[in-house]
Design a binder for this molecule. Structure first.
Ligand code: CS2
Length: 484
């Protein structure tokens, strides 16, 4: 039906020149960063058109190219859907097809910012320590070859070209859900640069800028039926629309490479973005309160048959569990940003989860747990242990992750587990019998679980795992609820 509708096209408004190269132009950045950058340009001008780069597959480019990289972002609220067209993306390059073209555009002086949303695994870090994982195939490749494959490789090799050409570095703006994402990216880039050319590393260290950011907007994956519905809603066929909740929060450290005679960055504040000196309090709050409970709902919800965050968070047992996690285990684990009331923040999160217009699958959030647990669940857990605070909820989430990666849900159905470390997870599962041995096999993945922490929590995780296996996720939660 929708293929008889005309394809979406550019409006004919003046096109800004490109100033940003974005690595990993997936749904998240198209629903979050692109609209914000457009708002900043609308308010204060500037040439901040965006060149997207896909590091792996051509899908996004292939869908967007026939519509000249214009697309629809649809805000989903219980009252209805509100589509908006976005035109700031100028083109999309597919790195494996032409890495040289990607490096060239990154090395152009007009590129002042390289932003990234490559997901946790795209940083090629060891999750438990944040250090560059030099055993990763792409990293080994990139250390030996000038045409890279990984995000860190593209950053280092493009910076190398800029240095050679006498241009200042670009600012690297990480927009992934990682603790101190800027500092982490800097350390990964420097480790790689040192192995390639110590002088390059020294130049990046002195002149490079890697502001940390906190990014927040719920963006469910677009399904084929959404494409169809949105075409009817707008009267235009868009092969790659994105969906998002109304809420958006972006906090950025104001530390950009100065560029003589030009703006160093868009006027982010004009788009309601909070510019700060230190993003850490915001990021701890968001990674633990939001992403921590998202992962909790993902594993415990999926096991019990809850397909979406909405379904899980409107189940009274899960809703009470969320309240317990926020109040007793997550909020006490960090110092909030000045002036923020965590009770209000938690209430707002619950309302966001209960947005009935958003179909955010627990399966989507459950992906890549090996990359997500350390900052979302293990960090607050270890802060609680140090403070002598019990964390039965966080322990249960770890046990649920082990159940989840074991591959069978509470109804006995197979789970399609997706994870950057899938081979090792499956090997650990295959080599262990279910129960204590399974828990130990997974807790001994030392790139995910710090060994000292693993030893400390082992007995509790085994007990939680046994309750989960015997009773299912919903009943296991009910058992640890206050006044249960
Ligand atoms: C989610 C996040 O998939 C996940 O791991 O927890 O993508 C989450 O929706 C965003 O961080 C919200 O800002």
């Amino acid at each position: 039906m929708s293929n008889i509708l005309p394809r979406l096209t550019r409006s004919g408004a003046a096109r800004p020149a490109a100033g940003i190269v974005h690595l990993g132009l997936g749904a998240f950045f198209r629903a979050f960063g692109v609209p914000a950058i457009e708002e900043a340009m609308a308010a204060s001008g500037g040439n901040w058109g965006i060149i997207g780069v896909s590091l792996k597959t051509p899908g996004t480019r292939d869908k967007l190219a026939p519509q000249d990289f214009v697309y629809t972002a649809v805000e989903q609220a219980p009252g209805g859907e509100r589509p908006q067209i976005h035109e700031a993306v100028q083109s999309v390059l597919v790195a494996p097809e032409d890495p040289e073209a990607v490096l060239n555009i990154m090395a152009e002086p007009k590129t002042r910012i390289v932003s990234l949303t490559v997901t946790e695994k795209g940083y090629c870090r060891e999750p438990a320590t944040g250090r560059l994982d030099t055993d990763r195939r792409e990293i080994r490749h990139d250390l030996a070859n000038p045409l890279p494959q990984s995000a860190p490789g593209f950053l280092v090799r493009a910076l190398e070209r800029r240095r050679r050409a006498g241009h200042p570095p670009f600012t690297v703006l990480s927009c992934d859900n990682l603790p101190e994402n800027g500092a982490l990216t800097r350390s990964i880039v420097l480790t790689m640069a040192r192995a390639i050319d110590p002088d390059l590393a020294a130049w990046i260290e002195a002149q490079g800028r890697f502001p940390s950011t906190m990014v927040d907007r719920i963006v469910p994956a677009t399904r084929p039926e959404d494409v169809e519905r949105i075409a009817h809603l707008t009267g235009r066929l868009d092969a790659a629309p994105v969906l998002h909740e109304p809420f958006r929060q972006w906090v950025i450290e104001d530390d950009f490479v100065p560029v003589p005679g030009r703006d160093a960055r868009p006027d982010f504040a004009a788009a309601g973005i909070l510019m700060v000196d230190d993003v850490r309090p915001y990021e701890l709050m968001k990674l633990r309160m939001l992403n921590g409970t998202h992962s909790a709902l993902a594993y415990l919800g999926y096991l019990a048959g809850h397909e979406t965050v909405y379904a899980a968070s409107t189940d009274p047992v899960y809703e009470t569990f969320l309240g317990m996690l926020w109040t007793a285990e997550l909020a006490p684990s960090f110092d909030p940003p000045d002036g923020i009331d965590l009770e209000g923040y938690a209430a707002q999160l619950l309302a966001r989860y209960k947005n009935s217009a958003i179909q955010h699958r627990t399966w989507q959030i459950a992906m890549d747990g090996s990359q997500k647990l350390p900052q979302r669940i293990l960090a607050p857990l270890s802060d609680n242990l140090a403070a002598g605070r019990a964390s039965p909820g966080l322990i249960l989430v770890i046990a649920a992750w082990i159940r989840y990666v074991s591959g069978t849900d509470d109804a006995g159905a197979d789970i399609d587990v997706r994870d950057a470390a899938l081979d090792r997870l499956q090997a650990a599962v295959a080599a262990s019998t279910d129960g204590t041995e399974r828990v130990n096999a997974l807790l001994s993945l030392s790139d995910v679980f710090d060994p000292a922490l693993a030893t400390e929590i082992e007995a509790d995780v085994v007990a939680a795992y046994e309750t989960l296996s015997a009773n299912g996720a919903r009943a296991a939660i009910a058992k640890i609820l206050p006044n249960a």
